[in-house]
Design a protein around this ligand. Structure first.
Ligand code: 5RP
Length: 229
């Protein structure tokens, strides 16, 4: 069952957590399994301090008495553990299905090491089946959407671009921005796309994580495989 696989991956990755560590804590259903493991370990005496990547993760950590700090108080982290929407053979990721990829990327970059936890459904040959989340400023968001479309076209990418909604309303991120989900299908040159997107003024951050994660704990019914880049 996928729920158990997420827990399996989280539990296996927890083996990398040592007492005294400053930890970045991801967002999403797999990261929530990791929070459960952390809550248990803290109740048994593990001493860590965490930086949550979203308000949702923060709430869960507070409810479970996981000691927290902020990235401003603790700008360098030992380890960051987070989920992903897609993982390709070069450990390039799509993230942001939970709408937290801006904070997640900032936290991941502040970490000495980022570990991805996932079930095997997240492994892909080519990124892009999962719509790429692109966080944009509210101001001029439609103009930014058109600019994204133009940039994508210049890279031979096309597909539907949609403002993310939640409960019938446009979704607003923890940082107060919108998300455009871009259904490109196949992103054969993620580096080029990443560079082109960040060059657009209304784009705050995209969900392509390139050269950030070096290790993934991927759970299947056969067990948890550790993939290293
Ligand atoms: C949130 C993320 C998540 O890590 C990603 O969406 C995976 O989520 P899940 O573990 O629920 O499949 O990037 O912004």
């Amino acid at each position: 069952m996928a729920g158990n696989l997420k827990y399996d991956a989280a539990l296996a990755a927890f083996g990398e957590v040592k007492s005294g560590m400053k930890l970045g804590i991801g967002t999403g259903s797999t990261a929530e399994e990791f929070v459960k493991v952390l809550v248990q370990a803290v109740s048994e005496g593990l001493e860590i301090v965490g930086v949550p990547t979203s308000e949702r993760t923060k709430e869960l950590c507070i409810a479970g008495n996981v000691p927290l700090t902020t990235l401003d108080e603790t700008p360098e982290l030992d380890l960051v553990i987070d989920g992903a929407d897609e993982i390709d053979p070069k450990m390039r990721l799509i993230k942001g299905g939970g709408g937290a990829h801006l904070r997640e990327k900032i936290v991941a970059k502040a970490g000495k090491k980022m570990i991805v936890i996932a079930d095997e459904s997240k492994i892909v040959d080519t990124l892009g089946t999962f719509p790429l989340p692109i966080e944009v400023t509210q101001f001029g968001s439609k103009a930014t959407m058109l600019a994204i479309e133009a940039v994508a076209k210049s890279l031979d990418l096309s597909g539907e671009l949609k403002f993310r909604e939640k409960d019938g309303q446009i979704f607003v991120t923890d940082e107060g921005h919108y998300i455009i989900d871009a259904s490109f299908g196949r992103i054969s040159k993620p580096e080029e796309l990443a560079q082109a997107l960040v060059a657009l003024p209304g784009v705050v951050e995209h969900g392509l994580f390139i050269d950030i994660a070096k290790i993934a704990y991927v759970a299947s019914s056969e067990g948890v495989k550790i993939i290293k880049q």
